[in-house]
Design a protein around this ligand. Structure first.
Ligand SMILES: [Zn+2]
Length: 286
């Protein structure tokens, strides 16, 4: 991938992010975001390490990332912490555009026509003591049902593009799973999914990309499936024990279910007794 093109494209998006600080802020917000991107791009384990390494990298940081100064720890946190996640969603367009131009989107098609997106949630903050207005809360109880501890979390639902022939996984978009503005209830992954699908379609429009979404057992849910259909996204959804399988058995007993199977082995054994990249496929019609 053309790294210079990627960095330049991100720089332009960062400069367009809405300023939320006081008018006389000396370092532009775009510089903070560019420093944060460089920190992850260079795989520094923390902001502290980025700051320690800054002096010996100063010339390269300016040449490659156009970073001209080292922001203080607190100024950088104040600058970035208050940016609404929605204000930087447009940044995902930059690498996706490059993937399209380099032909990677075409190379990553599965079943001849689909780009396969994997969806899953991840937790990136947890504390027993420090919380903000958007934190998810979890009450921990003892055997008597008494609350012994409350913890505070931030989570995110991510969509990535993957292909069985490529080691790399490409981020497509993500949505914060956090308490929504004015809400007194926790947010959940399924609700974040309902917000994320339209964002994904904004980045990978129907007229250009046929998408196959892969979801875990949290998603076999009527309104969610109808929304996937509305956005013309095909899907594979894992099903756990419970209501859906009971319904499948009921429909099978009523002979209202059609099943087609392709027990085709596509993978190769890489572990003793194990096979990767293999699945038995069944098509069911109600
Ligand atoms: Zn919080």
């Amino acid at each position: 991938m053309a790294t210079d093109q990627l960095i330049q494209g991100l720089r332009q998006k960062f400069e367009a992010v809405k300023e939320h600080r006081y008018k006389n802020a000396q370092i532009p917000l775009g510089d903070f975001l560019q420093s944060a991107f460089a920190m992850f791009h260079l795989k520094d384990p923390s902001l502290h390490h980025y700051r320690i390494n800054y002096r010996e990298r100063e010339a390269n940081l300016e040449r490659v990332y156009q970073i001209k100064s080292l922001p203080s720890d607190s100024a950088m946190r104040e600058g970035i912490d208050y940016i609404a996640p929605g204000d930087i969603q447009a940044c995902f367009k930059v690498p996706l555009q490059t993937l399209g131009e380099e032909g990677i989107m075409d190379e990553c098609r599965v079943l001849g026509r689909y780009n396969c997106l994997l969806f899953d949630g991840t937790q990136h903050y947890c504390s027993c003591a420090t919380a903000c207005e958007h934190c998810l809360t979890r009450e921990h109880r003892n055997k008597k049902g008494e609350v012994t501890k409350t913890t505070y979390h931030h989570q995110a639902l991510a969509a990535v593009m993957a292909h069985h022939g490529h080691k790399e996984v490409f981020p497509v978009c993500c949505e914060a799973i956090v308490r929504q503005d004015g809400s007194t209830k926790n947010d959940c992954e399924l609700n974040a999914g309902k917000r994320l699908i339209p964002l994904v379609r904004g980045l990978l429009p129907e007229r250009q990309y046929e998408l196959l979404g892969v979801f875990d057992g949290l998603y076999p849910n009527g309104p969610f499936i109808r929304m996937l259909q509305k956005h013309e996204m095909r899907f594979v959804i894992g099903i756990q024990e419970g209501y859906v399988l009971i319904q499948v058995e009921r429909l099978r007993a009523a002979q209202a279910l059609q099943e087609h199977s392709w027990p085709r082995r596509m993978g190769k054994s890489v572990l003793p007794g194990g096979i990767t990249n293999w699945c038995s496929t069944a098509k069911t019609r109600i």
